[in-house]
Design a protein around this ligand. Structure first.
Ligand SMILES: *Cc1c(COP(=O)(O)O)cnc(C)c1O
Length: 819
């Protein structure tokens, strides 16, 4: 394809990079190379890289416009992208040149990498999935754009003080963000509160949303370079700005403070990410955040569509919008408002367009995580949207009555308005009704959606439901996180696996290759030493690199069952103390993860892990045969450090609760063996690696349901299993908290009486599976063969396969190419 020659591409060789870095250091960062700090150099390298990225971004945009492509827009409240420097240098293909350029200026790239703060604009798996999808869209040359919020403060930093989680604000923009391009001209008004007036226009009723408050959404663009191509997509994040810097009325009356206060209040909308996972947040500010970024994004999408000269009613030919969970579901009502009220499209046509444009990804079955908003709140904050939702519901329920004549119960169950709990808007229902496709994120999850949460919807519209199993990007989670293994694999089978993960299958030929297996083991060992050095410097604890490294790294939540892991740790500890652990492999149990600040029981679990660690690590009887580590402040960069070192991957949620999981995929890809339940994507991982190469235990989802229906009695398991009873008694009676013996009485009481997530029911089976793990680890050959098979068989879990499925089954978009 020919381009006008008005964009002269910057060269990417070592000497040009050197020149660019030095220039950026002096002219942008404003520092003398003689006394620049490491952070100054980091900024300078980032600027040199971004000059080259932004050019390619411009080419990409021109190409997409010229080819009149259909674009896909990903709407997500969260993007857990982490650090960008290594990713961008590697994707652009000048990592090595940059390393050398810096070296010649006396700077080590490795030393400045860790100074970059993580962009932690997300809680966990949902936000990380969004980041992996963006990487894949760019890598596969798909025209895909992310939209989200530029939180001033991302996910809180977790400190551990006296064993407890303490939250600190994440001021990630303190030193500026060299990767972003502020777009002060890309601004849209977003309206809140006020009221609606009706008037007639040539016999048609029109609605005007009047009064209330207006906030300005301003765009910040983060270019997203693909790997191994010249394609660069865009992530556009919105920041809230006051409509006016000062309210002149107050100002003129001399109330300077009040004038400025209103500015600050409107800007709080994009101030902070809600640190919640698997629980809905019911606060007004959250609703405003959701609407704020949805409205700005849809206005921007429509403006682009119109600027490119397309008719508004052809929107679905050129636009697909994916809703990442229900957080952006208000988009269904907002698009209707923009089409009907502003672009004067008749209701029925607008509704067709809306349904063709949207698709919705569900991320959870847990009732406490399902978003609902009180009708009264919605009426006050978004009065026009509440009317539109009532109208959508009216038409929808007519369709339901037509399909199920006389069945009033199904009408009540399907309604977008829940009338039984004080009138609430069910955002998941709005999302399903307003989308042409709804997907679960793993096979089991989608089955359970069809069987339970969306049972009636599935009866009504069976074809609307599809399953698209999550994936992870091999660029970040193997190529960048585990460079030694990546290079060794490339030496063996070539570099194509980075873009075509299925090629790892060829590693199965290495099962009998003693040299390769030895390298595979040695690399794991060096990754453990790298992690051990970090643990030593951060926590002052020396872990044994020859021990089995058993990791559970994920948000702290009862359903993920960190407590089950703790019960195993205490069981092992008791066996050592009793002298019954002679043949046992030394083991380091590592945890990392944050608890939502208001989730009291999750914070107690963190405290318990640290209390148990204190006792076990300092007991001379144990003598390094067992160690427990709580690695603070889990985020993308710490995941990238821990995962390549792990031997055993704990994926032990109660069956039927974890929608998919992606940590399970990252760990298996890096040669950790999974111990897990038949939950989420674990089921598909078992299928891929073979049941002899994974440790499965516990109740399956049907058995969990059955046991619950029969009446689950956790006390019975306590009574009949002496090892379990002893471990629970020790926790309850203060063995691990001698300074406060009653600390865990309520926690244990809950386990003995309710045990919502059936920890006790799965204990015995878990311990047996752990005993099998222990036995295998004592045979290093057998262990590393199994680990290698896990790496070799992870091809299916590439995010590129996931994105291809969305492109084919949901979006109807195609690669547009540079290749
Ligand atoms: C992958 C990832 C997650 C998700 O982990 P799960 O085990 O699937 O819950 C959460 N946080 C971070 C930082 C991650 O990288």
């Amino acid at each position: 394809m020919e381009h006008e020659n008005d964009l002269e591409p910057l060269p990417c060789d070592k000497d040009s990079l050197k020149r660019s870095i030095r220039e950026a250091l002096v002219h942008i960062v404003g520092k003398d190379p003689r006394n620049a700090t490491s952070r100054d150099w980091l900024q300078a390298v980032a600027y040199a890289a971004r000059e080259r990225i932004i050019e390619q971004r411009m080419y990409t945009k021109r190409l997409f416009n010229q080819e009149q492509v259909k674009r896909v827009y990903y709407l997500s409240m969260e993007y857990l992208i982490g650090r960008m420097l290594v990713n961008h240098l590697m994707n652009l293909g000048f990592y090595d040149a940059c390393c050398q350029a810096l070296e010649e200026m006396g700077v080590s790239l490795h030393e400045i990498i860790d100074l970059e703060p993580d962009a932690a604009l997300g809680n966990g798996g949902l936000g990380r999935l969004a980041a992996c999808i963006l990487d894949s869209l760019s890598t596969q040359c798909l025209p895909g754009y992310g939209y989200g919020i530029r939180y001033e403060f991302g996910m809180f930093h977790q400190h551990i003080e006296h064993g407890e989680q303490v939250e600190h604000p994440d001021n990630w923009l303190r030193y500026g963000n060299p990767w972003e391009f502020p777009r002060p001209e890309k601004i849209y008004p977003v309206h809140f509160y006020g009221y609606v007036v009706e008037h007639r226009d040539h016999g048609v009723v029109r609605h005007h949303w009047e009064d209330g408050e207006e906030v300005i959404a301003m765009a910040y663009d983060l270019p997203v370079p693909g790997y191994g191509n010249k394609n660069v997509n865009n992530l556009r994040l919105w920041a809230a700005k006051a409509t006016r810097d000062f309210d002149l009325d107050y100002f003129n009356e001399g109330d300077y403070i009040r004038a400025v206060q209103e500015k600050i209040e409107s800007e709080t909308i994009s101030m902070v990410l809600y640190p919640n996972d698997a629980t809905a947040v019911g606060r007004e500010l959250r609703l405003k955040q959701e609407y704020f970024f949805v409205s700005a994004s849809l206005q921007d999408i429509l403006a682009r569509h119109i600027k490119l000269g397309y008719p508004i009613t052809d929107l679905s030919d050129k636009v697909a919008i994916q809703l990442n969970d229900t957080h952006p579901a208000i988009a269904v009502a907002e698009l209707m408002r923009l089409l009907v009220d502003q672009h004067l499209v008749p209701w029925d046509r607008a509704w067709e367009v809306t349904r063709e444009v949207f698709a919705y990804t569900n991320h959870t079955l847990m009732p406490e995580a399902l978003e609902t908003w009180p009708v009264a709140l919605m009426e006050r904050v978004l009065p026009r949207h509440m009317q539109i939702i009532f109208d959508i519901n009216f038409h929808f329920l007519n369709e339901v009555r037509h399909n199920f004549p006389g069945d009033n119960n199904i009408v009540r169950r399907l309604s977008i308005i829940d009338e039984d709990h004080g009138r609430q808007v069910r955002m998941a229902h709005l999302a399903v009704v307003g989308s042409h496709k709804v997907n679960g994120v793993a096979a089991l999850h989608t089955e359970l959606l069809k069987r339970n949460l969306f049972r009636d919807f599935h009866r009504l519209w069976p074809d609307r439901f599809v399953s698209i199993t999550n994936g992870i990007t091999p660029r970040v989670w193997l190529n960048q996180a585990n460079p030694e293994l990546a290079q060794r694999i490339t030496r063996q089978i070539g570099a194509d696996w980075v873009m075509d993960l299925g090629r790892l299958k060829q590693l199965e030929d290495c099962l009998t290759d003693a040299e390769f297996l030895k390298d595979f083991r040695d690399i794991k060992r060096r990754n453990k030493e790298r992690l051990a050095a970090e643990i030593r410097s951060r926590l002052g604890l020396s872990i044994q690199p020859e021990a089995l490294l058993d990791v559970q790294i994920k948000r702290i939540h009862e359903y993920k069952r960190q407590l089950l892991n703790v019960l195993h740790i205490i069981t092992l500890y008791n066996r050592i103390r009793d002298g019954h652990a002679e043949g046992q492999a030394p083991r380091v149990s590592l945890f990392a993860g944050k608890a939502a600040p208001s989730y009291v029981r999750a914070k107690q679990i963190i405290h318990l892990i640290n209390d148990v660690a204190d006792v076990v690590n300092n007991d001379p009887v144990v003598h390094n045969r067992q160690q427990v580590v709580f690695f603070p402040n889990y985020e993308v960069s710490s995941a990238a450090l821990i995962i390549p070192a792990a031997d055993l991957s704990e994926q032990i949620s109660t069956a039927g609760t974890e929608a998919s999981g992606t940590g399970n995929m990252k760990l298996a890809l890096n040669g950790a063996i999974t111990i897990g339940t038949l939950d989420g994507a674990n089921i598909e991982i078992r299928q891929a690696v073979g049941e002899e190469n994974i440790f499965i235990f516990g109740l399956n989802a049907d058995e969990v349901d059955r046991l619950r229906a029969e009446g689950y009695r956790p006390g019975d398991y306590y009574e009949s299993n002496p090892e379990l009873r002893r471990a629970l008694d020790m926790i309850r009676d203060g063995f691990f908290s001698p300074d406060d013996p009653g600390r865990y009485r309520d926690l244990v009481h809950h386990l003995l009486t309710e045990d919502t997530f059936m920890v006790l029911a799965d204990y015995a089976s878990y311990i047996q599976a752990q005993d099998r793990v222990d036995a295998l680890y004592q045979d290093p050959q057998a262990w590393s063969r199994m680990a290698l098979l896990n790496t070799a068989r992870m091809g299916y879990f590439s995010i590129d396969r996931t994105v291809q499925e969305y492109a084919d089954k949901v979006w109807g978009v195609q690669p547009e190419g540079w290749n």
